[in-house]
Design a protein around this ligand. Structure first.
Ligand SMILES: [Zn+2]
Length: 107
């Protein structure tokens, strides 16, 4: 029994499985060609999702940073804490997404 990647959700499943246990995708009636094209589509979808997420992360970062810059909140106020939090979160999320996109492309 070998392990393969599910063409739909990319989880590791048995090559003899007829249905993916993760996404319920039916594999039995699929030809090798169909699996390959499905794998490609899901890869594109995944990277698109990650791109969208990094866009949101970027907006979060810009929003937080912009508010700190132009809103000039009091350094001890809760607005400042939220703006800093949003900027830090957005930045780390963005970096994480970029790393995941690179990793996805390497696979
Ligand atoms: Zn699956």
């Amino acid at each position: 029994m070998a392990l393969i990647n599910c063409p739909s959700c990319s989880e590791r499943i048995s090559s003899k499985a007829t249905v993916c246990g993760h996404c319920q995708c039916v594999l039995a009636e699929m030809s090798a060609e169909q699996r390959l094209s499905m794998q490609k589509v899901s890869k594109i979808e995944q990277s698109q999702k990650l791109m969208n997420q990094s866009m949101i992360a970027m907006l979060l970062f810009c929003g937080g940073f912009g508010f700190m810059f132009w809103g000039e909140p009091e350094p001890t106020s809760w607005q400042n804490s939220i703006a800093t939090g949003a900027a830090v979160l957005g930045f780390s999320w963005y970096i994480l997404n970029r790393a995941r996109i690179i990793w996805l492309k390497r696979k």
